[in-house]
Structure formats: C-alpha cells, structure tokens
Design a protein around this ligand. Structure first.
Ligand code: NAG
Ligand code: NAG
Ligand code: NAG
Ligand code: NAG
Ligand code: NAG
Length: 335
C-alpha cells in the first residue's frame, strides 16, 4: 500500500456532505477570509525572505552600459517600465510595438514590429542584434511585456484567435528569449548548448536580465478567458525550464511577473470583483517593482498584489473548495 492509496482510502471515508457541512456550520466566511489573508501574508513573507537566494553580491545593478528591449513599450505597463529604466540611466531602450510611443526620449528607439508575425519579428530582431553587434553592443535587459487578451468561451474561439493569442503571448516571447540569449552567448564567448556541469567560466560575463510579464491568470483560468490564461500558463512553464537550463550562468537572471488585474486598457472593461483582497495593481507600482528587481538581480517570481502569492495553491485544493473560492471571488463572472 502506498501513500496515495492510504490518502485515497481516508479521503473516501469523508463524504463530501460532511466536508461541506463542516465548512458551512463551523467556519464562517470571515474566519475563512482571515485564514486566507494570514496564509497569504505568511507565504509572502517566506518569498520575501528568500528573494536573494542565488543572488551573488557581484551583481552590478542597472548601469549606463545597459541596452534594454521592451515589447509593447509604447503604452500601459510597457511604457511605465521604459520610463523606469530611463530613470535608471540605461544607455538605450528599444521599443518593439505596433504603435509608436506618444512621447519620446533621445535614448528611446522605436521599432514597428508585429508580434503576431514571426517573419516580421525575426527580421526586426536580427537587424537590431546585427546593428548592436557592429558597435560591440548587445541587449542586456529583455522585457517581454506585450500581450493580447481575447474573450470567448473555449467553444467559440476561432482558430485564428487561438493562433494569434499563442503567437503574441507565448511564441514571440520565447523566440525573443532565444535570440537575445544567443547574441549574449556569442558576445560572451559562451556556448549555446546547455551545460549542467557549471564548467563555463562566468567571471568575465556581463549581466543579462530576462523579464517576462505573465499573469496570475496563468495559474487560475476564469470562464471566457481560456486563450489568454493558456498562453500565460505556457509562458510561466517555459520559465521554469529556462531557469534550470541556465543555472550554470550566474550572470543571467530570469524574472517572471504574475500580476493580478492591472489599471491598463487591456482590462479596462473588467469590473474588479473583490477590491479589498484583490485590488487593481497600478502599472507604475508594478513597473517600479520590476525595475527594482532587475537592479538587484533577483530571480524568480514577482507577485502583485498580495493574494497572487497563494493562487498556485488553489489548484491543489479539492474541487468543492476550489468551487467555493471561485464563487466567493466571483472570478468566473468578470468577463
Ligand atoms: C496573425 O497572423 C496570422 C498568421 O500569420 C494571420 O493569418 C492573421 O491574419 C494575423 N492576425 C492579425 C490580427 O494580424
Ligand atoms: C494556425 O496555425 C497553424 C500552424 O502554424 C496553421 O497551420 C493554421 O493554418 C493556422 N490557422 C489560421 C486560421 O491561421
Ligand atoms: C571572444 O571572441 C572574440 C572574437 O570572436 C575574440 O577576439 C576573443 O579573443 C574571444 N575571447 C575569449 C576570452 O575567448
Ligand atoms: C519561474 O521559475 C522559477 C524557478 O523554477 C520559479 O521559482 C518561479 O516561481 C517561476 N515563475 C513563475 C511565474 O512560475
Ligand atoms: C471582451 O468582452 C467585453 C464585454 O464582456 C468587451 O467590453 C470587450 O471589448 C471585449 N474585449 C475584446 C478584446 O474582445
């Protein structure tokens, strides 16, 4: 008898009715809320305490040698990230977007690029990398921020929507990560093959930070947002492999953000369900937090607001509890 069988047996002895009865009779909503908030705080505290894990003191921070590439940098969160990077005195910020940025800074370079179009993306990134290489420069900060949201039930979405959502939210960010790491390895005379031995000398390597803006919806998928959630889940999972594959390279930092609802136009039509527990995240606050992490060389996951820290735990709960949580938060009624 293995542990799964024992747990399965014990679980089968507790009927659903007993479980639910216990929940509703003994525990009031308020106690549940309190427990959830306490758990979230504790969880968050643990995350914050170990945020410097694996961070070497040699990390130089953001310097005037840094060249950043930000996708979707013309408006919203992307624009806020660009502004924060400029404040840190980076050498240059290149924006890949389909719309030009409203205001411009001498250190900003706009490249019209359609992330739905692989050919366009390849042409533009190859040209950029080539131009930089000819000046002995390379991209040292990549921020995959651009994304699109497509509404619709799983039964309704068209093939074109599926392709477009995956292309913009997942395929393009991964293609960019590949190109940027390749140019970095070429510049640093590293090897592009994955090393697990840690034999590469990283002492002489310059820093490289890769940031991807995913979403808490990559962990929990509401009704009629399956395409967006699925693409973000793919992005989150690619992160886990990537981080391990690049473990030997101390100077490459991988950071993923999984924010809740942002005050950007993408979710402007969505009435936030539970403001107290799930407040709308201000794009400037998130941008500041992201740039601060880049500055400090901290890897891993950036969760905002507080509640997003515990969302991955939800999918490990028994179904009735998951339903209860979805019901209380109103997540399935937003779109
Ligand atoms: C996205 O790209 C696909 C394939 O290249 C194309 O068929 C589709 O029309 C594009 N959609 C938009 C909105 O540009
Ligand atoms: C979606 O992508 C696949 C694979 O690239 C392609 O074969 C298919 O024609 C695309 N569908 C649409 C509607 O663009
Ligand atoms: C790195 O490559 C460049 C040109 O490809 C070469 O000049 C340089 O000596 C190499 N450096 C090391 C440490 O191998
Ligand atoms: C990215 O991967 C790292 C390492 O596996 C993990 O700590 C982090 O939580 C991941 N981020 C997301 C958003 O899954
Ligand atoms: C999504 O649906 C909402 C209504 O529920 C609508 O206001 C919004 O424009 C839609 N967004 C997209 C991108 O289709």
């Amino acid at each position: 008898m293995d542990i799964d069988q024992i747990v399965g047996y014990l679980w089968s002895q507790i009927t659903l009715i007993q479980c639910l009865g216990f929940l509703f009779l003994g525990i009031t909503r308020h106690v549940l809320w309190l427990a959830l908030v306490t758990l979230t705080f504790t969880w968050k505290l643990i995350h914050e305490l170990i945020v410097d894990y694996n961070t070497s003191s040699k990390w130089p921070g953001i310097t005037s040698n840094d060249i950043a590439l930000v996708t979707g940098g013309s408006h919203g969160l992307g624009r806020a990230i660009v502004n924060n990077l400029l404040e840190k005195n980076v050498k240059k910020v290149i924006i890949f977007d389909i719309e030009p940025p409203g205001s411009s800074d001498a250190r900003c370079e706009y490249v019209k690029c359609d992330l739905n179009d692989s050919n366009d993306l390849s042409t533009k990134i190859d040209r950029l990398v080539g131009e930089l290489a000819s000046k002995d420069q390379h991209i040292s900060i990549l921020v995959n921020n651009a994304g699109i949201r497509i509404n619709g039930s799983v039964l309704e979405v068209s093939e074109d929507d599926i392709n477009r959502s995956m292309q913009i939210n997942f395929v393009s960010p991964v293609l960019l990560i590949q190109r940027v790491i390749k140019q970095y390895m070429a510049k640093n005379n590293g090897t592009t093959t994955t090393t697990t031995t840690g034999s590469t000398s990283t002492a002489a390597m310059s820093p490289l930070t890769i940031v991807s803006v995913a979403s808490v919806l990559g962990w929990i998928s509401p009704c009629r947002l399956s395409l967006y959630s699925a693409a973000k889940a793919a992005l989150i999972n690619a992160n886990q492999s990537l981080m391990r594959e690049l473990k030997a390279y101390d100077q490459i930092r991988i950071l993923y953000a999984t924010p809740g609802q942002l005050d950007t136009r993408m979710f402007a039509d969505v009435e936030p369900p539970k403001q107290f527990f799930a407040p709308v995240v201000k794009r400037d606050d998130l941008a500041k937090a992201i740039v601060d992490r880049i500055e400090r060389g901290q890897q891993g996951n950036l969760c905002r607001p507080l509640y997003t820290n515990v969302v991955p735990l939800v999918s490990a709960l028994p179904l009735p509890l998951q339903d209860l949580i979805r019901d209380i938060t109103g997540i399935d009624k937003c779109i």
